[in-house]
Write a protein that binds this ligand. Structure first.
Ligand SMILES: Nc1ncnc2c1ncn2[C@@H]1O[C@H](COP(=O)(O)OP(=O)(O)OP(=O)(O)O)[C@@H](O)[C@H]1O
Length: 261
């Protein structure tokens, strides 16, 4: 198992967000974490990443208990990819990615040849080698997201956590970024990504993990889990789950919106 969470509970002050949750994620799987706004997806990620202290339970990454690990030790186990954002800093794409190698060097040492080669390889792997000298503030949202993924790859961990990697991206960039993300599982990466789009899970995920009321509502293959009842329970909206292309693909159609047309 790549990630194992056992009886995890977490509260902000007296408000409990996660209640006794347990799940495990297999190596080389892409898992979509679904759940309504404010349910605790980012809180779960912050617990797994070791950013929040004071949780109850056990978190194992690659069978290593993460409790008490330093930031440097955590960075060797797991990488976090935030949403791409507008930025006023204008580091080059190359330098942005190079920052991901700091877990292998001390903060004050200058990255060497090995680190620069890792950056070149990550940029090529994600098809953005041609952007390396461009400013991070002067590339598109999709290119910025791929740059942030490259920054995680040079960390040389095999477990990646992504917070809505396609938020703010246009449709074409959503698909391009997700195709790259999916292809990383073929290189041995395990990926947990939060998403608000169940259809993305049908297209790209090996598994769905759903959070509701501080608990795991369901875990399993997208076809097994994403049904009319599931979407209704999770998001309080009525959809019809349609099968397309001999059931190679399914999509959620919000039928209440159709009736109003
Ligand atoms: N630092 C904090 N202190 C107190 N409460 C917090 C803190 N961070 C988040 N919360 C609350 O905890 C709950 C879970 O927040 P979290 O950000 O984990 O949800 P989420 O599922 O990631 O939401 P979204 O889909 O909107 O990004 C929310 O009610 C939020 O307001």
């Amino acid at each position: 198992m790549s990630v194992r969470v056992i009886d995890l509970s977490f509260s902000y002050g007296s408000r409990e967000i996660l209640h006794n949750i347990s799940f495990q994620i297999k190596k080389r799987n892409l898992v979509c974490l679904l759940g309504p706004n404010g349910v605790g997806k980012s809180t779960l990620f912050r617990n797994i990443l070791g950013i929040l202290s004071g949780y109850k339970g056990t978190i194992l990454v690659n069978e290593q208990n993460t409790e008490g690990l330093s930031i440097e030790q955590m960075a060797k186990l797991i990488a976090y990819i935030p949403q791409s954002h507008e930025t006023t800093f204008n580091f080059s794409v190359f330098d942005m990615v190079l920052m991901g190698t700091t877990s292998q060097t001390s903060l004050i040492s200058i990255p060497g040849k090995k680190q620069r080669e890792l950056v070149e390889a990550a940029l090529e792997r994600l098809g953005i080698g041609h952007l390396k000298n461009r400013g991070f503030a002067q590339i598109s949202g999709g290119e910025r997201q791929l740059t942030l993924i490259a920054r995680a790859l040079v960390q040389q961990t095999k477990v990646l956590i992504m917070d809505e990697p396609t938020a703010n991206l246009d449709y074409g960039n959503q698909i391009r970024v997700l195709e790259q993300v999916k292809s990383l599982t073929e290189d041995g990466y395990t990926i947990i990504q939060a998403t608000h789009q169940p259809d993305q899970a049908f297209l790209f995920a090996d598994e769905v993990l759903a959070l509701k009321d501080g608990k795991i509502l369901a875990q399993g293959s997208p076809k097994e889990i994403i049904t009319t009842d599931f979407i209704n329970t999770l998001y309080d909206v009525t959809v019809d789950v349609q099968s397309l292309y001999d059931d190679q693909m399914r999509v959620c159609v919000p039928v209440t919106a159709l009736r109003k047309r």
